[in-house]
Design a protein around this ligand. Sequence first.
Ligand code: DAK
Length: 260
Amino acid sequence: MAYDNLEVKTKKGIVILTINREKALNALNGKTMEELHHFFSISAPKRRTMKGIVITGAGSKAFVAGADIKEFLQLDVEAGATMAKKGQDIFSLIENFSKPVIAAVNGFALGGGCELAMACHMRVASENARFGQPEVNLGIIPGYGGTQRLVRYVGKGKATELMLTGDLLSASEALQWGLVNHVVEAGQELAKAIEIITKISEKAPIAVAQVLHCINAYYDKDVDGYAFEVDAFGRTTGTEDFKEGATAFIERRKANFTGK
Ligand code: DAK
């Protein structure tokens, strides 16, 4: 499927997914959300040799400046709840993806943009990045999982302050608060994200996927994370890659993982 608002390019086996609405600071309108849904539910799972995904925004000013405020006025109670559920489902697809997904935050990550970055497994920010959940300024609240994920990353007190004041965090504050993994010179965020995914791509793919799933299990109230880990560990010991990894260690050579 050809996308209007997403650009999909592959670099060194890594998909660079760019939210491509630069004139609107890459705001997430309904069409962009539909395209994200298509990409993560249909296109990405078919890309078997892909090492991972980096999500970024077009231009140098914004990652994503929020959900598209110009579409908000059509919302009522029912449509708002429906939109929140759909958006949460899309961002869950990202969070539960079996290969690493990193947000390369190249400017404003506000509202739905901050929520999109938080749904990714890791965040690399340029030093000019700004993070915030300013929805209260508009009389609404974060609706794409932001009230939940922000608490996980920064804790209850700081999350409360950010969501109630609508203040923006600088990249260095976001690093201090634990919201981002790395801050780099502007323009280097994509390269840093690619470097991380490249390093991960040298590990055993099934083990990588199981770590991602185990981490998510910690946050799933319906799942016993320890029991989940026991099963996941068992699954990894049944893989060819486990035999290869252990044999390579004993033979003092680099492991050649096949993902089996
Ligand atoms: N939506 C639509 N257009 C936006 C936008 C947005 N979020 N942010 C910026 N733009 C557009 C501007 O309207 C402008 O377009 P033109 O007027 O030129 O056509 C263009 O991008 C450039 O923006 P500015 O001229 O404002 O640029 P500045 O450098 O002066 O300011 C800014 C940059 C990022 C500080 C400013 O644009 C700004 O404050 N933007 C809004 C930021 C914001 O409040 N974001 C949070 C939105 S609330 C929901 C689920 C989730 C959400 C909502 C509902 N449901 C389930 C129902 C999430 C809500 C949000 O994300």
